[in-house]
Design a protein around this ligand. Structure first.
Ligand code: GCW
Length: 841
């Protein structure tokens, strides 16, 4: 059985125009003046795109006609049309799109500053067509803001992907490069279409063997597949390689034999891959070996690699993600957020010219909200790239819709006021602020074989990353619209609703996870997915929020805290030093404050926590309603796929909401002004039901279950081998009427437990707990909501949940919640309709 091919058409390169809204006035003969692979890719893409979008036949031609699309570099165009004038100042990777003045011919020209510029110009033209813009009078030129526009893949040789949520690697399997690299070429198309020019193919926790000769030969094939799309291959390297695979007795970066080893290795790589982009390095971080073992600095290590790559024009992207994960949480001065600046600032000026410091956007680790890393302003003598995550490690792992472009844009626009001058991050990265030669953006993509990112709408993040790395001035909403137009075609309503959902998604996610800069509040020592508030406390990992009975937040002020605020240039340092001037959304990142502290919004901290979580979950419920309006406007399979995901998200947002709300209610002892916290009308706890077979369990962490408890049907609790099902029973004492019944159950990894809702001797609904969610024990990673709609209940009648375990999955569940069926959207979440239910007496 051959699996369906994985293609770029599954993402945004679809070239569809369901309602004939794209302009048709475009030449359909496409001719490249040069024979280079990139120009040929451009021709191929234009033929494909124009045919698809206009529904008319376009073709590649070698000979000129009177009505044609001509592609070439400035040099090629000058030679072909000596009497015409062409822009003479197009730099590398830049392009212009314009009609060639002529009275006899209609010639649209894609001019590239180089061959890659031609390719980017072709994609820009297709983007215009897909957006419905006419091409009459077209005269446009563009150039990338940054030289480095890379994606990083954290793929391992065995085919697994660290923090990947879309299946297995397109590059590796079983320790080798895959035979079938067709998806790699398709990925190259996708990357080129948004101007990404580099792809680092392996995990920064680097497997040393990938640098051995046998693997390098295989990896050269990957570079071959990417090359026609202008994407340079890069690799993560382990600093210990000279010892671990080179047979040397040391990997001390200043040892002459080690230096020689890297020089020879670079030589070997460039013989196989002449356009190799360079190395990415994670060292002295999270257990990775590094120069510290020899008393050497990151600059020593980076420069040794840089010297080996320099003759070949390669670069070293050295990650500033270096920190001690054995910090003492009792020490108020200890602070992981300080690490990058403390380690790298003193080295400023010591890095070779082809070293780029790769700095995560915030000082911790891709949380739902963090301040911008102060290191961007701290390094005045080094090129810098900002690392962001496209793969949603801490932002819902692609099961939640979270469009990250607004977050990235906020970082790019943040003015750090270095030396009290305007210095937005985007200008620092462009090398403008400190006059540096290189710089840019790196996105950890995590693409895999499951339709690239698994979730269809998550692809907007990959698209937006490329667009912002090309031009950080672009508006995330505009990018969302572009992506929607290309993905769905020009379809009324779709072009309004999809961008709207995307734009609201990050604020919603932030609202129902970690508020006010407390970071994500997820399980940071495990899945990084569901809620687990204390997992960040009392351990050395340093993602502390320091919540206690009086207040919450980490004091990072200079006066009384860790001093992190003082790492910013003076104007920002002053702002963050004091709670009254710190923006609300970062407040608890910088300050430990009482729950009763008043925010700029006028609310207390605790009331904000309650409100934001109820609002965020209500937003997620609305996403379902909004998407439902697109039924019959988008492809049915896609519609159903996204609907299922948004429904899941709405349910999981409630898990998040309830976990955070009940945790802080208990810890603070302060009631919710609106009376919601701790009160869930219509909710019938499993532990209060009449149980047959089911046993009451404590869920860990307690906040992940309603009131901390659930029921579980493990084999031992069943009375005899023949009995396979456990039952929970309640009596409905509310009014007779039609209700929706939400069942909150735990869908554990491994096994597919079966659940049924039964009443009046009839099984009304049955479903399997067969989703793939983290964790093998019942908790917030796998707590899932199933809704049975429109059930006619009579006052006083018994209702039942039956659970049949399967292997390691004990059909555990938390509660059911009964709400009137006619309540408006997000019905299960409406508090104005108490359902007057009561547990079994
Ligand atoms: O966010 C953390 C991830 C690790 C990752 C590390 C890093 C590749 O949880 O999986 O390791 O960051 O960025 O190096």
């Amino acid at each position: 059985m051959s699996a369906a091919a994985q293609t770029a058409d599954q993402a945004w390169l679809r070239y569809i125009d369901p309602h004939g809204a794209a302009p048709r006035l475009i030449p359909r003969n496409v001719r490249a003046l040069g024979a280079s692979p990139m120009e040929q890719s451009a021709v191929q893409e234009l033929v494909r795109g124009i045919s698809g979008l206009t529904g008319l036949h376009a073709s590649a031609s070698d000979t000129g006609t009177h009505n044609e699309l001509v592609l070439g570099t400035t040099e090629e165009l000058r030679k072909a049309y000596p009497s015409s004038t062409f822009a003479n100042d197009l730099g590398p990777e830049s392009y212009s799109l314009a009609w060639l003045p002529s009275t006899t011919a209609s010639r649209l020209v894609v001019q590239g500053g180089d061959e890659r510029g031609v390719l980017y110009g072709a994609f820009a033209l297709l983007r215009l067509l897909a957006s419905g813009d006419g091409l009459l009078g077209l005269n446009l030129r563009d150039h990338p803001a940054f030289s480095i526009r890379w994606v990083d893949e954290w793929d391992n040789p065995d085919g697994s992907i660290e923090r990947g949520y879309a299946g297995r690697s397109i590059f590796f399997e079983d320790g080798s490069v895959r035979d079938d690299l067709a998806p790699v070429a398709e990925y190259g198309r996708l990357l080129a279409s948004v101007g990404i020019n580099g792809c680092n193919i392996n995990n920064v926790n680097a497997a040393p063997q990938l640098l051995d000769s046998a693997h390098l030969k295989q990896i050269a094939r990957i570079a071959d597949a990417l090359r026609p799309w202008g994407v340079h291959l890069a690799m993560s390297v382990a600093i210990a390689s000279p010892q671990s695979i080179g047979g040397l007795s040391t990997y001390d970066p200043l040892d002459p034999a080690v230096k020689a080893w890297w020089i020879a290795k670079a030589q070997e790589i460039y013989e196989l891959i002449p356009d190799f982009a360079g190395f990415t390095v994670k060292a002295d971080s999270e257990g990775q070996p590094g120069p510290a073992s020899f008393g050497r600095t990151p600059a020593d290590a980076a420069n040794t690699l840089a010297a080996a790559l320099a003759p070949h024009h390669g670069v070293v992207l050295y990650r500033a993600f270096v920190y001690n994960h054995h910090l003492d949480w009792r020490d108020p001065k200890a602070d992981r957020a300080r690490a990058a600046y403390d380690i790298f600032k003193p080295l400023d000026g010591q890095f070779a010219a082809n070293v780029v410091l790769q700095i995560k956007e915030g000082p911790i680790d891709f949380q739902a909200r963090e301040p911008v890393s102060p290191l961007f302003a701290g390094l005045e003598h080094a090129s810098q790239a900002m690392e962001v995550q496209i793969t949603q490690e801490y932002t819902g792992q692609q099961r939640h819709l979270v469009y990250l472009a607004p977050m990235w844009k906020w970082v790019l626009d943040t003015d750090l006021r270095a030396n009290s001058q305007p210095s937005p991050v985007k200008e620092i990265l462009a090398g403008k602020t400190f006059h540096q030669p290189l710089g840019g953006m790196v996105g950890v993509a995590g693409i895999g074989r499951d339709r690239w990112l698994g979730s269809p709408l998550a692809l907007a993040n990959l698209y937006a990353f490329g667009r912002l790395a090309w031009n950080p001035e672009l508006d995330p909403a505009q990018i969302a619209t572009e992506w929607t137009q290309q993905t769905f075609g020009l379809v009324d309503t779709v072009d309004r609703i999809v961008p709207d959902l995307l734009m609201r998604s990050w604020p919603a996610y932030e609202s129902y996870t970690g508020p006010l800069g407390t970071q994500t509040l997820t399980d940071i020592t495990g899945s990084h997915y569901g809620p687990n508030i204390e997992s960040s406390e009392r351990n050395g990992w340093g993602q502390w929020h320091n919540a206690d009975a009086q207040g919450v937040g980490k004091d990072r002020s200079v006066a009384t805290g860790s001093g992190y605020a003082g790492q910013y240039p003076p104007e920002l340092a002053k702002l963050y030093e004091n709670p009254t001037t710190t923006p609300d959304d970062l407040l608890l990142f910088f300050h430990h404050l009482p729950y009763t502290y008043r925010l700029h919004s006028g609310k207390t901290v605790i009331q904000h926590i309650y409100d934001s979580h109820f609002d965020g979950a209500a937003q997620a419920a609305q996403f379902v309603t909004e998407w439902s309006q697109l039924n019959s406007r988008v492809d049915p399979a896609l519609y159903a796929d996204v609907l299922g995901r948004l429904q899941y998200q709405a349910g999981h947002a409630i898990v998040w909401r309830d976990a955070i709300v009940q945790y802080f209610l208990k810890l603070s002892g302060i009631q919710d002004d609106l009376g919601r916290a701790g009160h869930y009308p219509g909710r019938l706890e499993a532990e209060s039901a009449l149980l047959t077979g089911y046993k009451i369990i404590d869920v860990t962490p307690w906040e992940d279950a309603s009131r901390g408890k659930a029921v579980s049907c493990d084999a031992a609790s069943l009375q005899d081998a023949a009995q396979r099902t456990c039952t929970a029973q309640w009596t409905w004492i509310g009014l007779s009427g039609h209700y929706n019944i939400a069942v909150q159950y735990f869908d554990l990894q491994g096994g597919a437990a079966k659940f049924s809702f039964r009443y009046r001797n009839r099984t009304v609904d049955t479903w399997l707990a067969d989703a793939k969610l983290p964790s093998r024990i019942p908790n917030g990673d796998n707590s899932t909501r199933h809704i049975i709609r429109n059930v006619d209940l009579q006052e006083g009648e018994p209702i039942f949940i039956d659970g049949t375990p399967d292997g390691p999955d004990p059909a555990a569940f938390d509660y059911i919640e009964i709400t009137p069926a006619d309540a408006p959207s997000g019905a299960w979440d409406i508090y104005s309709h108490p359902a007057n239910a009561a547990p079994h007496p």
